[in-house]
Design a protein around this ligand. Structure first.
Ligand SMILES: [Zn+2]
Length: 285
């Protein structure tokens, strides 16, 4: 299966958002209060050329994000976008020969503004998202939490992901995305309460499109919770589960803002989780 890494512009956030500092409310305030900006990060959307039709995971950022509501402190203090209209996911897919009618399914890992930004490019697709995530981020309540439900397309009516009690590795529930079952969703709560990730099984390769489960592969491996997860314990448990998954088998782990993600996808390079590292050392030693 061909998987495209589509860089929809760049985002700049604080270092304290990528890796949380301290605990409790203090950790969650740091992304706004800290003066330390991180370098610009990519904003990836992913397109899987699947025999059942193209599956897009997250829709990336959009040029409208260069202007954000001025009343929200997070938008004012903690985030900047750099993206032109031709860098949005729709035009980039078209340049790769994929038109809007070729995209059968769009899966949203969560509803943050740099993941639902390109929704307008997919009027003909089935759109899947966590039902709880949609409920929490809709309307005025969602706007207060830092989402932009007023910018969703008028036709936006996502289907809730259909969770089944069948486990996969350390993940207790799964939801089929492809009928063949080679593309599945797994719950990865933490960064948002109902965040999900998508796992693609392509021959011997397992590719995890992880949204913002962590910002980097390194912070996942180190178990470092980000600065915005509402519940630190839930986020830490998810990072532990992903680490366990990566130690059970080779997993190409691809968060949406990891500057090394496209390169790892191209090389199909798996995360060096502790157990597998030990294995590798034994082979070498
Ligand atoms: Zn996010």
């Amino acid at each position: 299966m061909r998987i495209h890494a589509i860089e929809t512009g760049r985002v700049r956030i604080k270092k304290a958002q990528i890796e949380g500092g301290g605990h409790g409310l203090w950790r969650q305030l740091q992304p706004m209060l800290s003066p330390d900006w991180a370098d610009w990060s990519p904003v990836y959307a992913w397109a899987i050329e699947h025999p059942e039709g193209v599956i897009v995971v997250d829709t990336g950022a959009a040029a409208h994000l260069k202007s954000l509501p001025c009343w929200h402190p997070y938008f004012q203090l903690a985030v900047r976008f750099d993206i032109e209209p031709e860098q949005e996911v729709g035009p980039q897919l078209r340049r790769r020969g994929i038109g809007p009618r070729d995209v059968k399914t769009v899966v949203l890992t969560h509803m943050h503004i740099d993941h639902d930004g390109g929704l307008a490019h997919f009027p003909y697709s089935r759109i899947l998202a966590s039902g709880e995530e949609i409920a929490r981020t809709s309307g005025i309540g969602g706007a207060i939490l830092g989402y932009l439900p007023r910018r969703w397309p008028s036709w936006f009516a996502p289907q809730p992901v259909n969770w089944q009690p069948s486990s996969y590795g350390p993940f207790e529930r799964t939801a089929r995305i492809s009928t063949a079952g080679d593309v599945i969703a797994v719950p990865t709560p933490g960064h948002t309460p109902s965040h999900l990730s998508v796992i693609v099984r392509d021959g011997a390769d397992e590719i995890m499109l992880a949204g913002d489960a962590s910002y980097l592969e390194t912070t996942m491996l180190a178990g470092k919770v980000d600065g915005v997860s509402p519940d630190e314990a839930v986020a830490a448990a998810t990072l532990g589960r992903i680490r366990e998954f990566c130690s059970q088998r080779p997993v190409v782990y691809l968060p949406a803002h990891d500057p090394r993600a496209a390169e790892r996808l191209q090389q199909r390079r798996a995360a060096a989780a502790p157990a597998r590292l030990r294995e590798r050392e034994l082979v070498v030693g």
